[in-house]
Design a protein around this ligand. Structure first.
Ligand code: DX5
Ligand code: ZN
Length: 217
């Protein structure tokens, strides 16, 4: 199976969001990655529930919602109602991660956990069977267009071992600084889903760029 591609609309033209979503619908993208930033958990504010709803109105691909917010439990239902199929919360923002994961699943969504670059994959061992997707941040969350952190490969490999050892079905997603140069090595290390923001949206032909990324086995 080829790698899944999840373009991040954070890098899209917000004034032409409908056109951007239609472009993604026509592409080989697997998910639409939706970055929610609250200005508290991360030093930036992106957009929230009404914009997610508007995206969902046009989207023909599953919305992969990445919550970079404090108190995510408070907003899970709202994002589910706005169209999220996958909801990822940050490990660092959850005091009771196991409970939060159950809450996401009870809503009928896939449960994801995102981890910051400084957070060890070992910390997920005891809940790995409850996680549908681990989003390994390969930049510090908050901004698009940052430089990929090389230590990520090691984390992907170790997480893959943990998943296999425990018999879990968890997907590994990589988020931040993904491009044609590192995508192949990330796939080799065990990545299942690649998020790509600026690499896709600042390319001349985003549909062709997504197609290229999809060629990675
Ligand atoms: C960073 C976001 C990423 C970001 C990726 O906080 O979570 O999803 O949009 O953008 P690029 O691919 O430009 O690093
Ligand atoms: Zn993201």
């Amino acid at each position: 199976m080829s790698v899944k591609i999840a373009p991040s609309i954070l890098a899209s033209d917000f004034a032409n969001l409908q056109k951007e979503i239609e472009m993604l619908n026509a592409s080989e993208a697997d998910y639409i990655h939706v970055d929610i930033m609250d200005g508290v958990f991360v030093p930036n504010i992106s957009f929230g529930i009404p914009v997610t709803e508007a995206v969902n109105k046009h989207a023909k691909k599953p919305l992969d919602v990445h919550l970079m917010i404090v108190n995510p439990d408070q907003y899970l239902e709202a994002f589910k109602n706005a169209g999220a199929e996958i909801i990822s919360v940050h490990y660092e923002a959850c005091d009771h991660l196991h409970r939060t994961l159950q809450g996401i699943k009870q809503l009928g969504c896939k449960a994801g956990v995102a981890i910051n670059p400084h957070t060890s994959v070992e910390l997920l061992k005891d809940v790995i069977k409850d996680i549908d997707l681990v989003c390994i941040m390969s930049v510090n969350p908050g901004f698009g267009g940052q430089k990929f952190i090389e230590n990520t490969y090691k984390k992907v490999k170790r997480l893959k071992e943990i998943i296999i050892e425990s018999g879990a079905q968890t997907e590994i997603e990589i988020d931040g600084g993904v491009n044609q140069k590192n995508a192949g090595m990330l796939r080799e290390a065990g990545a299942d889903v690649l998020v790509a923001g600026s690499f896709v949206f600042s390319s001349e032909d985003p549909i062709a760029t997504i197609k290229e990324l999809k060629k990675i086995q």
